[in-house]
Write a protein of this length. Structure first.
Length: 179
């Protein structure tokens, strides 16, 4: 089941309207002065989004006030990448971690994809490198299978683990996904 929600188009909202929406959503947990500052920042981001013909994809790693005031779509990494693939916007801003922005770029090679924080990382994605995948292939050369990767890896291990179509195993009934 998809966790993605379409959010309200906030590009026409005033700072006060964004502030009131934030108070309603997270005011119980966040001081009013902080929400005011975040509303002002969100207003500026929303204006830039309209000017630059951008879509903003928000993963739940985002700071809560911005999560509730800036993204056009929120959800899990794979579903957000699918939203990125379907967009007609010139710029994709992926508010998540590096592998998410890389996936969006792979799916949209002609579009500009931005990652707001270059320090945003994922311990799972960092746990295997392209060299690790090559080492596995060298250690088990007789295997007709190729290591596979999850969407949560960076692009280098994904590219290294890809098998030519002719060597990819077919699903057996034992491993076939259930509908």
């Amino acid at each position: 089941m998809s966790a993605t929600l379409t959010t309200v188009d906030r590009t026409g909202m005033t700072v006060d309207e964004i502030y009131e929406e934030l108070v309603a959503k997270i005011g119980e947990y966040t001081p009013a002065f902080e929400l005011r500052v975040q509303a002002e920042l969100a207003w500026e981001v929303n204006q830039l989004k309209r000017q630059r013909n951008a879509v903003i994809l928000g993963h739940n790693y985002m700071e809560p006030a911005l999560f509730h005031s800036v993204p056009d779509f929120v959800g899990d990494s794979l579903d957000l990448s699918r939203k990125a693939a379907a967009t007609d916007k010139d710029v994709i801003v992926f508010c998540g971690v590096k592998f998410m922005a890389e996936t969006a770029k792979i799916l949209n090679p002609s579009r500009t994809v931005l990652l707001p924080s270059l320090k945003a990382g994922c311990s799972l994605a960092a746990s295997i490198t392209a060299d690790d995948v090559r080492a596995l292939k060298a250690r088990f050369p007789a295997c007709r299978w190729s290591p596979t990767s999850t969407p949560t890896l960076t692009s280098r291990p994904k590219a290294t683990s890809a098998a030519p179509a002719a060597t990819r195993p077919q699903w057996s009934s034992r491993w076939a996904p259930t509908p």
